[in-house]
Design a protein around this ligand. Structure first.
Ligand code: ACO
Length: 342
């Protein structure tokens, strides 16, 4: 939820993200097609040509709602999951995708009645490039069909969630930091943590345009404490460095060593990341989720996200308290993800 006034860096970055998206408008499917905030956001996105939109739902209901709100969604494609002629084809595909789970065609047809299932199938069949939902649906209900049908991208076994954090400009990349995982994986293994580091670095490059310097966070810096949880981050750091030798990744390190130059020099001398990290990888979801909210609430930082990463195609989840502006920005981010090789 946006409650703080946008700072200059953030406004510039959002303008850049929207402009980038408009260069090559992608097809973004919105399963919550009758939701008033979605319709208001759709009008802005269509006017600014940020993306081509596909709204799911009963077309008459969508049009009626738009009329009531006095918004113009004339350029959007309206698709009814209940009657769409592609249902038969999608159902066959679903049976194939979920054959190990024993999904029957009857069950597939029933699932396709749910726009949160129909949307991912449009992506899977190449009929859409990305999806944004969650304004009226819980995170799990948005993510589950996406995980099960669209699945993860090559080289990535899990989906995780990053936040773009806008803080004082003396930190990170002129005040921009990317935090992960703050949204999805409760207790990642070493390998999963390594994957989160690499994919978050790619998100930082693709969405923010920054050259990532990734700090693998812990309560220990370079062996200052010994504990199985510290070893886990040490092993994850090594794995991440092997997985992406072209990316600056270092750890394990404490938050102050990651962000403050003098502390970094003292605790991790010679590190190219310590003291100047712009990507923070948390050891688990508890730290990540609590950490981003602390910075947001106590430091007044603006937080954009979660930007889901690691999926074979971009699908993002909104907070149910999201504003129209949040939706427009997340559509633009989803469209950028669809353009970039993530
Ligand atoms: N990446 C890829 N696939 C996944 C992931 C993942 N991170 N997690 C689960 N899956 C897959 C599973 O492999 C499984 O696939 P299968 O059916 O083919 O076997 C399917 O998704 C369902 O998996 P479950 O283990 O049954 O997971 P469940 O549906 O119960 O939960 C969820 C998934 C909702 C994402 C869970 O991991 C979760 O609750 N995470 C925390 C979300 C959360 O509450 N975040 C904090 C709030 S968000 C915020 O504050 C911004």
């Amino acid at each position: 939820m946006c409650v703080f006034i946008f700072n200059q860096t953030e406004m510039e970055l959002i303008a850049k993200i929207r402009k980038n998206a408009a260069k090559n408008p992608k097809r973004i499917v919105l399963p919550e097609g009758t939701e008033p905030r979605m319709l208001k956001a759709a009008q802005i996105v269509l006017t600014e040509k940020i993306a081509k939109l596909i709204l799911l739902g009963n077309p008459e209901e969508i049009k009626n709602e738009a009329r009531k709100l006095d918004v113009d969604i004339g350029q959007a494609t309206l698709v009814d999951p209940l009657t769409d002629p592609r249902r038969e084809h999608y159902a066959n595909m679903m049976v194939e995708i979920r054959k190990k789970k024993g999904l029957t065609k009857k069950q597939a047809f029933e699932l396709l009645n749910d726009p949160l299932c129909f949307g991912p199938m449009m992506i899977k069949n190449g009929d859409a490039d990305g999806e944004l939902a969650g304004s009226i649906n819980a995170t799990g209900d948005v993510l589950r069909p996406a995980f099960q049908l669209v699945k993860t991208m090559e080289g990535c076994s899990i989906v995780s969630g990053a936040f773009l954090m806008f803080v004082d400009e003396k930190f990170g990349e002129n005040g921009v930091l990317v935090f992960a995982d703050c949204a999805v994986m409760p207790d990642p293994t070493e390998k999963q943590l390594a994957e989160i580091a690499v994919v978050t670095a790619k998100t930082a490059r693709a969405i923010v345009g920054m050259e990532p310097r990734v700090a693998m966070l812990s309560f220990s810096t370079k062996g200052s404490a010994s504990h199985p949880l510290v070893e886990k981050v040490q092993k994850a750091t090594k794995l991440a460095q092997e997985m992406a030798p072209d990316i600056l990744i270092d750890g394990e390190m404490q938050l102050d060593a990651a962000l403050i130059a003098e502390v970094g020099e003292l605790k991790a001398p010679g590190s190219k990341v310590a003291g100047r990290a712009n990507v923070l990888v948390f050891p688990g979801l508890e730290a990540g989720n609590i950490g981003y909210k602390l910075v947001q609430r106590l430091a007044g930082a603006e937080a954009i996200g979660p930007v889901l990463q690691g999926m074979a195609a971009p699908i993002n989840d909104l907070s149910r308290g999201c504003s129209v502006t949040d939706i427009v920005n997340m559509i633009a981010i989803t469209a950028n993800q669809a353009t970039e090789t993530m």
